[in-house]
Design a protein around this ligand. Structure first.
Ligand SMILES: Cc1cc2nc3c(=O)[nH]c(=O)nc-3n(C[C@H](O)[C@H](O)[C@H](O)COP(=O)(O)OP(=O)(O)OC[C@H]3O[C@@H](n4cnc5c(N)ncnc54)[C@H](O)[C@@H]3O)c2cc1C
Length: 304
């Protein structure tokens, strides 16, 4: 009996969110066969509304994904499968991609569009409020909370930088250093000059109703009423696929790409949050488009 051959594609896109589906759309329109494999965990999944995307300002993340899937899959050479990719490896002039279900596919080019994972602190209420009233980015949500009682969680240079940024939207903010301050005397003086209170008492919990923050509970039993809290939790790559392929990461852990979205490994591209500090839906979609255009140029050169 003949062994069924491994399904092969021009391009496999790992991650079917904004970066991945944007690439799929452009590759489909460029007549390439494309498989998108997606585990369905976009970074903004808990956010009620996504902002700053011209024509889509205020849309829900789920609706953005629904439209993106519908438009990319309208092209007959594009297909999508809900699956988690566990291993990737080069094989001759292509790549072997294996899912958690044991399915294997091959492709001439790969796009890693796998986003990042936020490492939320183990603080009661933090995860429930994440993206709803615990916010990482004023460009995404700053306008909506500009008239609210807001805090910034952070210490040292990072806390100072975030407080300085948020002060533009919320001049009445409070800085919570969550332990002894590591601010420099100059930073302290600047915060004092702008009447920004600094609270060093550690946080023990976020009091909230369905993710909507009411107050911070501090270790000294005091309670600080608050409607929104800015925080910048650590992030990491969502998986080790880039490392399996030997793609170089930069010192901050982003996948290194050139101006065309190519990684350090021939045939492998990266797009979206996994390769840039500029964490925005529109930028992720732009990165996907860029990778798709460059792959088209490469495959076309090989064919012509
Ligand atoms: C709380 C929060 C709120 C935000 N709000 C806004 C906003 O209002 N406006 C804005 O412009 N931006 C916002 N952002 C940023 C925005 O969500 C990201 O920039 C955007 O989601 C990045 O798109 P991406 O396609 O690179 O990655 P993601 O959207 O994170 O998607 C990555 C996809 O890859 C999949 N994946 C990962 N590993 C695998 C694997 N091994 N196999 C298969 N699939 C895999 C994941 O399941 C996921 O579906 C927000 C981010 C956060 C965290």
């Amino acid at each position: 009996m003949n062994k069924p051959s491994t399904p092969s594609y021009d391009v496999i896109i790992i991650g079917g969110s904004y970066a991945g589906l944007s690439a799929a759309l452009v590759l489909g329109r460029s007549l390439w066969t494309v498989l998108v494999l997606d585990s369905g965990q976009p970074a903004n999944r808990q956010t009620p509304h996504s902002h700053s995307f011209l024509t889509r300002d205020g849309e829900t993340p789920a609706e953005l994904t629904r439209i993106a899937r519908q438009q990319a899959l309208a092209y007959p050479t594009v297909s999508l499968q809900d699956a988690t990719v566990t291993t990737v490896q080069p094989s001759d002039s292509s790549f072997l991609v294996r899912t958690n279900e044991g399915e294997v596919f091959t492709a001439k080019r790969l796009i890693l569009a796998t986003g990042l994972t936020d490492l939320l602190p183990d603080l009661p209420g933090f995860a429930e409020c994440w993206g709803i009233s615990v916010l990482h980015c004023p460009f995404c949500h700053g306008y909506e909370v500009k008239d609210q009682v807001v805090g910034v969680l952070g210490n040292g240079d990072e806390g100072f930088g975030l407080a300085k940024l948020i002060h533009h939207w919320n001049p009445g903010l409070t800085l919570f250093t969550n332990g002894p301050s590591t601010l420099t005397p100059e930073q302290n003086a600047k915060l004092h000059q702008h009447a920004i209170p600094i609270i060093e008492t550690p946080l023990v919990a976020l009091q909230h109703r369905n993710g909507q923050l009411d107050a911070l509970k501090l270790a000294d039993q005091s309670v600080k009423p608050l409607q929104a809290l800015y925080a910048r939790p650590a992030m990491q790559q969502s998986n080790d696929l880039a490392l399996q392929l030997g793609c170089e990461l930069d010192e901050m852990g982003f996948i290194k790409v050139n101006e065309f979205g190519k990684t350090s490994v021939e045939g492998v591209f990266a797009a979206g949050d996994n390769q840039t500090m500029m964490r925005q839906v529109l930028i992720a979609a732009t990165n996907g488009l860029r990778a798709a255009v460059m792959i088209t140029r490469e495959l076309m050169e090989e064919k012509f």
